[in-house]
Design a binder for this molecule. Structure first.
Ligand code: ADP
Length: 401
């Protein structure tokens, strides 16, 4: 088989014959082949499009803007054309945008997309989804960016409202739960002092304890998801051994699921990552709990830890119901539960937030969380994380996979 040399990620986008801006009258009617009906149609399409569209020079100066962008940002076309995108970008979002511009100019990528804030002329903040493509000339030199700017202020406002609501609900549930838990513990101590306790009483108390810990978990999920959405999700990074973290999660799950076969396949030597151990533990527990919940009790669950090059990997495999292909794109979204998939033993009312939180945590560690699944065969959830810096690896010859 002949293998082709990999091409650079830089791609060339054919420069459209868009109307040229007259330097003396930047907001003017176009010059050149404006009479051509294709060009006219093109011009009308971009000028009248209900999203902001612009061409931006590599240094950030606006080259051409459509009407929608002008009304979104609150500047006239003339005012915009003598500014740069840097001038009207919210200071907190500028560094992220410029970093992606540099990557595009440097040939690392041809396009990028991000949510960012612009500052309107009247001082108001506008949230936008920005999608950018770099156009290069025939020699490959950067010519201009095509920017599509979509107003998402309303969506962001709703997301903030939802996050606030989850946070309030999460906290409100927690207070009575703490009291309920304390009373259940008191009751258990009192029953322990009695010689004879009816089986039904024991069962009721166990039922209350189960319900309390399920609600505690849901309240915690709501609070964590709210923090993730509000951007107030902090990590406390330390050097952690991923093998040890997996072993702890497996041991805890084995204790909770007495008799369930949970295998750990791991090298003897540590695999180090810089991570928030509690949060990463939460991810592993979520994946393991799901694998156990959504597969038959007589089938094993396997956690496999290893590394490939600079990446540490953890795979959680089950031989359960599997997930239909059409559900996979929504699986890591908020409040999503695959229709028709029931947790073994009922599993209680889950919120469908676990995988959303897990992916958020993994991505905040610059890692990925993906799934491969075949209905009727099983699922493999895979976490990849950057290994701790090369020079600091305590042992380069460990037996990772
Ligand atoms: P939940 O609390 O509902 O388990 P998650 O976000 O952890 O929330 O999972 C979302 C949904 O994904 C679950 O409701 C279930 O339908 C499906 N799912 C997750 N893990 C598995 C798995 N290992 N096998 C089959 N389905 C799964």
């Amino acid at each position: 088989m002949v293998s082709k040399a990999p091409r650079r990620s830089r791609v060339r986008v054919a420069a459209p014959t868009y109307p040229r801006v007259d330097e003396d009258d930047p907001g003017c009617a176009p010059t050149g082949k404006a009479s051509d009906s294709d060009t006219l149609r093109f011009r009308l399409t971009v000028e009248c499009a209900p999203v902001g569209i612009a061409h931006v020079r590599p240094d950030g100066r606006w080259l051409w803007v459509n009407d929608c962008l002008c009304s979104l940002i609150g500047y006239s076309r003339e005012e915009l054309l003598c500014r740069t995108f840097q001038d009207i970008t919210h200071p907190d979002d500028l560094a992220a945008d410029l970093a992606q511009v540099q990557e595009a100019l440097g040939g690392e990528r041809a396009t990028y997309a991000m949510d960012k804030r612009y500052l309107r002329k009247d001082g108001a903040v506008v949230w936008a989804r920005l999608t950018v493509t770099l156009v290069r000339d025939a020699e490959g030199r950067p010519e201009y960016f095509i920017a599509i700017i979509e107003d998402i202020t309303e969506r962001k406002r709703l997301e903030e409202e939802h996050a606030h609501l989850w946070s309030v609900v999460g906290h409100e549930i927690s207070t009575p739960l703490t009291s309920l838990k304390a009373r259940a513990q008191l009751l258990r101590r009192q029953l322990a002092g009695q010689h004879v306790v009816a089986e039904a009483t024991q069962a009721h108390l166990a039922g209350i304890e189960r319900a309390v810990s399920q609600l505690e978990r849901q309240a915690l999920d709501l609070r964590v998801a709210a923090r993730a959405d509000q951007g107030s999700f902090t990590l406390e990074l330390t050097r952690c051994d991923l093998v040890a973290l997996c072993a702890q999660a497996v041991e805890a799950e084995q204790l909770a699921e007495d008799g369930r076969e949970i295998r750990l396949e791991a090298p003897a030597a540590p695999i180090y990552v810089d991570a928030d151990a509690d949060r990463l533990g939460q991810v592993l527990t979520n994946l393991l709990t799901n694998a156990v919940k959504y597969s038959p009790a007589d089938r094993p669950v396997t956690v496999s830890v290893g590394h490939t090059g600079d990446l540490a990997t953890v795979a959680v495999l089950d031989e359960g119901t599997g997930i239909p292909a059409e559900a996979i794109p929504r699986l890591f979204g908020r409040f999503y539960r695959v229709p028709g998939i029931e947790a073994r033993g009922g599993g209680g009312a889950s919120l469908g937030l676990g995988l959303y939180i897990a992916r958020t945590i993994v991505e905040r560690h610059a890692g990925t969380l993906t799934v491969e699944s075949s209905p009727g065969v099983g699922s493999t959830f895979r976490v990849t994380l950057p290994r701790a810096a090369e020079g600091e690896w305590p042992d380069r010859d460990d037996g990772g996979s």
